[in-house]
Design a binder for this molecule. Structure first.
Ligand code: PMP
Length: 286
């Protein structure tokens, strides 16, 4: 079945879906996106993703292309038309198309809205989680507002590519003071030798991950100690366990950092437990 993509009010075949050449998302990365997990054909943590979308758009003064309720219908329709059971939903909003000029265009420019969904091979992802991933650290060369989920992702692209060249599946980005900010497309966590979870507090330096937020709820429910504080690469390399969180991987074990084995070099017990119960606290849409 051909994939169907929603673009500005129409459901189009994948090959025919496109936006204007002067779209500001294309020319300036003047654009926000969201990625939401689809499980059992349902959206996971939709409310938090919509809240973050509205916040990110607000920071750039881009108007919501439609109401949250209408957007919810589009998202469900895209999942349905593509018959996605296990997968990801991708949503992108740009400021719209206008003759190329840096300041915001004058008048009412209609935002561009794209929504697509794709299948994820669950068996493959579970196999990856059972094995754990390797990460490589590198300087965080991004901008000062990493809390806004913009499509300005070139530093993440280069970081992931550099990690892949080292045989790693994620890059952990490090600030000028030597503290890990986050992964190129995930939040970074460690379990310290006493069993306390550590992750960097939110702020301008990281994306406030939806999975991070939901995991904090889970930790509080399970009475697992957590410290929101920055940690250094050497502390991470000596950690008992490490993992990353993202909508696409939920809780994904990290077994090596810069080729240094974490713990016994296998996914940590606590990490795997959190992975297995994550969806008990995440919101599942109707
Ligand atoms: N940080 C960055 C830089 C990301 O790109 C992502 C994934 N979009 C995350 C963290 C994780 O966020 P979420 O849990 O909302 O997917």
């Amino acid at each position: 079945m051909a994939r169907v993509v929603y673009v500005n009010g129409r459901y189009l075949p994948y090959a025919e879906a496109g936006v204007h050449v002067e779209d500001r998302g294309f020319q300036f990365a003047d654009s926000i996106y969201e990625v939401c997990e689809v499980k059992g054909g349902r959206l996971i943590d939709e409310t938090r993703h919509m809240e973050r979308l509205e916040r990110s758009l607000g920071e750039l003064r881009i108007v919501m292309p439609m109401s949250r309720a209408a957007l919810g219908l589009v998202m469900r329709e895209v999942v349905k038309r593509n018959r996605i059971t296990t997968g990801l939903l991708y949503l992108q909003v740009t400021r719209g198309a206008a003759p190329r000029d840096f300041p915001f265009p004058e008048g009412d420019v209609t935002p561009t809205l794209v929504c697509l969904a794709r299948r994820v091979d669950d068996a493959k992802r579970e196999a990856r989680a059972a094995q754990g991933i390797a990460v490589t650290t590198m300087p965080d060369v991004r901008w000062g507002r990493c809390d806004i989920k913009t499509v300005m992702l070139l530093p993440a692209v280069l970081a992931k590519e550099a990690a892949a060249e080292e045989g790693a599946q994620e890059a952990w980005l490090v600030d000028p003071q030597g503290f890990v900010t986050e992964g190129a497309s995930s939040n970074a966590w460690i379990v310290d030798p006493s069993g306390t979870l550590v992750t960097r507090p939110t702020g301008n330096a990281i994306l406030p991950g939806v999975t991070r937020r939901t995991l904090l709820d889970l930790l509080s429910r399970e009475n697992i100690p957590i410290e929101e504080r920055p940690f250094r690469v050497d502390e991470a390399e000596r950690a008992r366990e490490a993992f990353i969180t993202s909508a696409s991987g939920t809780v994904m074990p990290v077994v090596a950092i810069n080729k240094v084995a974490i713990g016994d070099g296998r996914p940590g017990a606590l990490t795997l437990r959190l992975r297995s119960i994550f969806h008990q606290v995440a919101e599942t849409s109707l």
